[in-house]
Design a protein around this ligand. Structure first.
Ligand code: ADP
Length: 165
């Protein structure tokens, strides 16, 4: 069985992420989305909220499951008996960091390989941070996210504004 882990922050999940998830689910028998619960970053959504948003958008993909994780990615991969890490590549700017990470992971966990999927041209410019920036200034984010995710981002931004954050 080919089992892959697709790790990331997914803060929040975008249509670009979803495109990678859908394509990996066709290639692999099982895809585990690993939501990074990293204390050093301050995300807009908690790990639990990010997991739930991913569960909602992937409800129609039976071989995809969602978990959150802390610590080393390769440990999470091994714990799940996976052998492939999936990453998306958007532009050349992603390349250097991704190459370094995949090579490091291969040194510390030789049995684990990284599979890169190039982004769908439609979403090559898209990132969670851009979406958050647009939403912060009440811009229209509906073309970047599933409708229920766009709603959640707008609610979160409104709540932050209200509490003066
Ligand atoms: P990270 O903080 O690990 O980069 P992200 O949630 O930003 O987490 O991204 C997770 C993965 O999805 C990364 O491999 C990233 O390159 C990929 N990705 C992000 N946005 C897109 C997109 N628009 N198209 C394709 N891949 C993407």
């Amino acid at each position: 069985m080919a089992v892959a882990v697709y790790p990331g922050s997914f803060d929040p999940v975008t249509l670009g992420h979803y495109d990678i998830i859908e394509r990996s689910a066709k290639i692999m028998d099982r895809v585990i989305i690993g939501v990074l619960n990293n204390n050093s970053k301050t995300p807009l959504f908690s790990a639990e909220e990010r997991v739930n948003m991913l569960k909602s958008v992937t409800a129609g993909l039976p071989n995809v499951e969602i978990q959150s994780f802390e610590g080393l990615l390769v440990d999470f991969v091994k714990k799940n008996h996976a052998d492939v890490i999936i990453r998306g590549l958007r532009a050349i700017t992603d390349f250097e960091y991704e190459l370094q990470m995949s090579q490091t992971n291969r040194v510390i966990a030789p049995g684990v390989d990284t599979l890169f999927l190039t982004t769908n041209l439609k979403y090559s410019y898209l990132s969670s941070s851009i979406v958050k920036e647009i939403a912060m200034y009440q811009g229209d984010i509906s073309m970047f996210l599933h409708p229920e995710i766009a709603r959640k981002v707008e609610e979160k931004m409104a709540a932050r504004k209200k509490s003066g954050e």
